[in-house]
Design a protein around this ligand. Structure first.
Ligand code: DX5
Ligand code: ZN
Length: 217
């Protein structure tokens, strides 16, 4: 399993120790949650903070934009050196154009779906995607309970991806822990995002290791 710890649950007044922990851990990515107070009812951090984080992080960045008009920020995300730029289907009218712009900027493109958005919304773009990020909570906050229906949604998306020949990885975000992570792995998830499960633990690296050890059925 690939693991993408979310910085949202780190100590924002003292990020260096948390970034060093991530750098020294088995994590595959660092997940960065950008919130604008419009698409979601919360504001997290923006580009000045992410630029500073990028200077200290040795893991590839998985940037999750919970913002309106995500197409306006492609060059800024590229300037961070991000591996993935992930934006919401619900926040973008011209998804195809935005995916092309992300690829033209040299990044991998991901589209995220809120819990109530069906995976079928991506049927005609799935072949062009590098990642689908399924939200297993309503986006905006860390520490929310896992929405159980996401497990079946992962199975449906797995079928769609495998049938289409798409190389998109399935990433799942929200309420992930050892137990929900196991269900998601068995359902066909490729990447798990975890915020409070990792940073809320006395030994965050052990939590990363637990998720890392999960495998698909
Ligand atoms: C929520 C964010 C998540 C958040 C997950 O809107 O997209 O990445 O950090 O937090 P946990 O793992 O605590 O549910
Ligand atoms: Zn996220």
């Amino acid at each position: 399993m690939k693991v993408s710890p979310s910085l949202l649950s780190a100590d924002f007044a003292n990020l260096i120790p948390d970034l060093e922990m991530i750098n020294g851990s088995e994590a595959d990515f660092l997940h960065l949650d950008v919130m604008d107070g419009v698409f979601v009812p919360n504001i997290s951090f923006g580009f000045p903070v992410m630029k500073a984080v990028a200077r200290h992080c040795t893991k590839p960045l998985d940037v999750h934009l919970m913002i309106v008009e995500p197409q306006n920020w492609v060059s800024q995300v590229r300037d961070l050196g991000a591996e993935y730029m992930v934006f919401h289907q619900e926040a973008c009218v011209h998804i195809h154009r935005t995916v092309q712009a992300i690829h033209a900027a040299g990044m991998k493109a991901g589209v995220s779906l809120c819990p109530a958005t069906p995976v079928g919304m991506l049927e005609d773009i799935i072949a062009d995607l590098d990642q689908v990020l399924l939200m297993s909570v309503n986006p905006g906050f860390g520490g929310q309970p896992f929405i159980e229906g996401t497990v079946e949604k992962v199975k449906r998306l797995r079928k769609m991806i495998d049938a289409s020949g798409s190389k998109a990885l399935i990433n799942v975000d929200g309420g992930v822990n050892g137990e929900t992570g196991r269900l998601l792995a068995e359902a066909g998830a490729d990447i798990l995002v975890a915020g409070s499960y990792v940073f809320g633990a006395p030994d965050p690296m052990e939590r990363i290791h637990i998720l890392k050890s999960l495998s698909q059925a």
